[in-house]
Design a protein around this ligand. Structure first.
Ligand code: FE2
Ligand code: FE2
Length: 254
């Protein structure tokens, strides 16, 4: 089974870029299923119901989140019914630890976890959380979106669970890494990268981010504008011998 997993979608304009390009990518790479990290879709933080529905209509059948899960609080209202999983080690009142997606006779489980290094959120241990979840997961394939800042933490998680899950895919930094690999039949990349405006700082407006760094004065950041977008992610080819391929597309919105 060939699965396209997209990195953090930043800003609602990116939905237009995906609308323009996704069908082409799907055809070119013979994709059966599209999944994505959607934590930055609505205004750069969170996911409104409207944008969730738009992403679904593009054929993104499952979404994982991250530290911005609750940045748009309406997710609390629609989470239980939605094809979304949220970080399982977040001790929140609202839970969605495992998302199951069916494709023909196969069942895919998606688990979202948050790293604890450089993350300003009280969290349970992602390793112990995964140990707790694993025996109860009933699926042909298990994909983990490990949403974290530190490369070491993501890689440690990968080696700890290599052979036990189909893929460990890092998200959150918005910068795609070039270390895709397979070990013990588990696919891995430290970060998928992002889907968003190309000339940006992690999807946000360049000037406002520079100003914040130079002055140290807090300013709300805006999602970058522009017509050039990057679409980052990986293709997982899950079969007897799993494979991973990196995707880095540049497109101009017409
Ligand atoms: Fe993100
Ligand atoms: Fe994040």
């Amino acid at each position: 089974m060939r699965i396209l997993y997209l990195g953090d979608i930043v800003g609602e304009k990116t939905i237009l870029a995906l609308k323009q390009e996704l069908a082409k990518i799907q055809k070119e790479y013979h994709i059966h299923l599209i999944l994505a990290n959607a934590e930055n879709t609505s205004g750069g933080k969170g996911l409104c119901y409207k944008h969730y529905k738009e992403l679904k209509s593009l054929g993104i059948v499952g979404m994982s989140m991250g530290n911005h899960t609750f940045s748009k609080s309406e997710i609390k209202e629609y989470l239980s019914e939605a094809s979304i999983c949220i970080p399982a080690n977040w001790n929140a009142e609202y839970k969605k630890d495992v998302l199951y997606i069916r494709y023909n006779d196969k069942k895919i489980a998606i688990v979202n976890l948050l790293g604890r290094i450089f993350m300003n959120t009280p969290l349970d241990c992602p390793f112990q959380t995964m140990e707790r979840l694993l025996p109860n997961i009933d699926a042909d394939y298990i994909i983990v979106d490990f949403h974290g800042e530190a490369t070491s933490e993501k890689k440690a998680f990968f080696y700890e669970f290599a052979g036990k899950v189909s893929a460990v895919l890092g998200t959150h930094t918005h910068i795609q890494t070039a270390d895709e690999q397979v070990y013990n039949n588990t696919c891995y990349i430290t970060d998928l990268g992002m889907c968003g405006v190309e000339h940006s700082i992690l999807g946000d407006n360049v000037e406002s981010v520079i100003k914040r760094f130079k002055t140290g004065v807090y300013e709300p950041l805006a999602v970058a504008s522009g017509k050039n977008f990057i679409i980052n992610g990986v293709i997982l080819d899950l079969k007897e011998k799993n494979e991973i391929e990196r995707i880095y597309k540049k497109i101009t919105l017409v």
